[in-house]
Design a protein around this ligand. Structure first.
Ligand code: GUN
Length: 284
């Protein structure tokens, strides 16, 4: 039997349509600033795609490109300038930064109300406490995809493979918030297959192409593949071996076209939320 495909492309188009309508109909003017330091090719693609998505939904975007050699002070001064600009609703510093820069010191300059990536200590803490906040985009997109697939989350066993601050940890907290019973596995977990095979919902964000194979999946499970590994042939490959997994899973996200389109969509959503909140259009 072949699993049902959960299309992030379709869901992203639907949500972007809703954001666009809201902006157009209400004459909103949200603005997102993206800072990129250096010329990491993957980052350049992300930054370009963010700009395109902004244009599509009617969000003004400012892209600040700084050279690979930019100093800590130069990057910090640029971020401070964006922070004090009242016309900018959201600020995102594209990661990874060049090794000589302190990521933590730069990110800590972004105030929680402009932190559309949801990476700040304040927003991360509020997520853990179950309070309203700007939430990290990829994990929010994953929850939207699971809901869209019609999979019940409450009471189910959700297994997250990967414990990064950007995906694994926040998505585990969000699944817990949705009343799943959550297990977090990682590179040091022994008997990983024991855990993955008991998952009703399996989220894989380990960063290894084809790492989860069909024999590691519970029949009928909903599988979310967060992997974006570039193969030697230049093609994007997920962390899940799609061909064997689709014969066992009930529902599965493809790569590309699954989680990827949702991340930028949730960034658009966060920018609109920040705009409305900062202009007291919406409570937070
Ligand atoms: N690099 C890879 N993913 C992300 C993301 O979601 N936000 C930022 N700022 N950088 C990234």
């Amino acid at each position: 039997m072949s699993a049902e495909i959960i299309s992030g492309k379709i869901l992203a188009e639907k949500i972007r349509g809703e954001i666009k309508d809201d902006i157009e109909q209400n004459g909103y003017t949200p603005c997102l600033a993206v800072v990129m330091v250096g010329n990491n090719p993957s980052s350049a693609v992300y930054v370009r795609n963010k700009g395109k998505a902004c244009e599509e939904v009617g969000i003004k975007s400012i892209t600040v490109l700084l050279s690979e050699e930019a100093t800590q002070t130069e990057v910090e001064d640029k971020v401070k300038e964006l922070v004090s600009d009242g016309g900018i609703d959201g600020i995102l510093v594209q990661l990874p930064l060049p090794a000589h820069l302190s990521e933590q010191r730069i990110l800590s300059l972004i105030p929680p109300e402009k932190d559309v990536d949801g990476f700040s200590e304040y927003n991360t803490g509020n997520l853990l406490l179950g309070k309203k906040c700007l939430k990290a985009c990829t994990p929010s997109g994953i929850i939207e995809l699971i809901r869209f697939s019609g999979t019940e989350i409450s009471g189910k066993h959700a297994v997250v493979v990967g414990r990064s601050n950007i995906v694994g940890k926040p998505v585990a907290v969000m699944l817990l918030q949705e009343n799943a019973t959550v297990t977090v596995c990682h590179s040091k977990t022994s008997d990983l297959k024991e855990f993955t095979r008991s998952a009703d919902i399996l989220v894989v964000a380990i960063g290894k192409a084809g790492f989860v194979t069909g024999d590691m999946i519970k029949p009928g499970a909903t599988v979310i593949d967060v992997g974006t590994n570039r193969g030697e042939d230049g093609k994007l490959k997920g962390d899940v071996d799609f061909d064997s997994a689709k014969e066992v899973a009930g529902k599965i996200t493809p790569v590309p076209g699954g989680v990827g389109p949702m991340t930028i969509t949730m960034l658009m959503k966060n920018t609109l939320i920040a705009y409305k909140r900062n202009r007291k259009i919406d409570e937070f």
